[in-house]
Design a protein around this ligand. Structure first.
Ligand code: GLU
Length: 349
């Protein structure tokens, strides 16, 4: 689909971009941006003359560009929403194996000496670079570290590969990563292509809007613009449940926050856990409306790597029992409320 520029509604006041926490992937810090902008202006000879845009309604400010690869899906689009096939309980996984287990995938990873994990390196609360240490931290990152701890006795033996939501399945199918730990919902459709661990977090899809915008529920999104990402359950649910909303898809959830702040969309819809991270980055936003769907997260593993699925389920069992899961939830996800009990595992064998 061709990228489309979404017209900004003139009635909406301009909004200053705020960024707390790490900048979204692919963006530069304000000082660096400023330096680049000044250099560009000097090279263009603009520093000595009036800005060519100074007669625009916004003074010297140009229309903010949309993120690269932003794509619009109009309301009531004829593009079909894929059906989720029925596979019984998709969250039922394989029974755990102990830490001494062996198998083709485990042997390969142990021989390599590190675990290759795909995740989003700009996802607040789940996986982002700590600005002080430069280390990737967050709930997903720490779950991955527990698997490395059981494999190598060392949680640091991990190589991270940065993955967008859209790339998760392909990275597993092409075996570019040993596992994906990236807010990935277990679904019957995905189980046709990849395998999953037991559930390590239960999220719910909701809506994030600017405070005072009048958007309080899904119903209010009819005729409005909603940001989401392709190949996510978030996109499928919003299109199915509110077909009268027009959609803007962008590469990352951090991009969704930027287009919301720039008033190029009216709302963002995805899991409450991800939205809580965006809200923490911009206190002018709020989660609104009830849950649209249940989003049980599993660790994605290439289909066929059953030994690894069982091993990972062993780690998840350990961290549910030894208090690690509750400690990590309290550390990263307290914005979602008091720490619940860890999700009970379901097995199919
Ligand atoms: N849980 C949703 C999914 O797996 C959205 C999460 C994300 O894009 O990271 O599609």
């Amino acid at each position: 689909m061709r990228p489309v520029r979404i017209p900004r509604r003139p009635a909406v006041p301009r909004y200053r971009i705020r960024r707390a926490g790490p900048p979204p992937r692919g963006t530069r810090s304000w000082p660096v941006r400023g330096l680049i902008a000044c250099t560009a202006l000097l090279l263009a000879g603009c520093a000595t003359g009036p800005s060519p845009r100074s007669d625009t309604p916004h003074g010297d400010y140009a229309e903010p560009p949309l993120p690269a690869q932003a794509t619009a899906i109009p309301a009531d689009s004829s593009v079909p929403v894929p059906d989720d096939p029925d596979c019984g309980d998709p969250t039922a996984s394989l029974r755990p194996a102990g830490p001494a287990a062996t198998g083709p995938a485990l042997n390969r990873i142990r021989a390599r000496g590190r675990l290759v994990v795909g995740l989003d390196t700009g996802s607040n609360l789940f996986s982002f670079r700590d600005p002080n240490s430069g280390v990737i931290v967050g709930f997903d990152a720490d779950i991955a570290r527990e698997v490395a701890r059981d494999l190598f006795g060392d949680p640091d033996r991990i190589e991270y590969r940065s993955l967008g939501s859209e790339e998760r399945e392909a990275a597993l199918i092409d075996r570019r990563v040993d596992m994906v730990v990236k807010t990935m919902t277990v679904t019957c459709a995905r189980l046709e292509r990849v395998a999953f661990s037991t559930v390590y977090l239960k999220a719910h899809q909701r809506v994030l809007a600017i405070k005072g915008s009048g958007i309080e529920s899904l119903k209010d999104l009819a005729g409005k613009r909603v940001c989401t990402i392709r190949r996510t359950t978030s996109l499928e649910h919003i299109r199915r449940i509110q077909p009268e909303a027009s959609i803007l898809t962008v590469p990352t959830w951090a991009d969704c926050l930027v287009v919301l702040q720039q008033r190029q969309v009216d709302a963002v819809s995805t899991d409450d856990s991800i939205l809580a991270g965006l809200k923490a980055q911009d206190p002018h936003t709020d989660l609104v409306g009830p849950s649209i769907s249940e989003e049980p997260y599993g660790i994605g593993i290439p289909k066929g790597d059953e030994d690894l699925v069982r091993f990972v389920n062993g780690t998840l069992d350990r961290i549910r029992a030894d208090g690690t899961w509750s400690r990590l939830y309290g550390q990263w996800l307290s914005a979602l409320g008091p720490t619940p009990p860890p999700p009970a595992p379901a097995y199919r064998d």
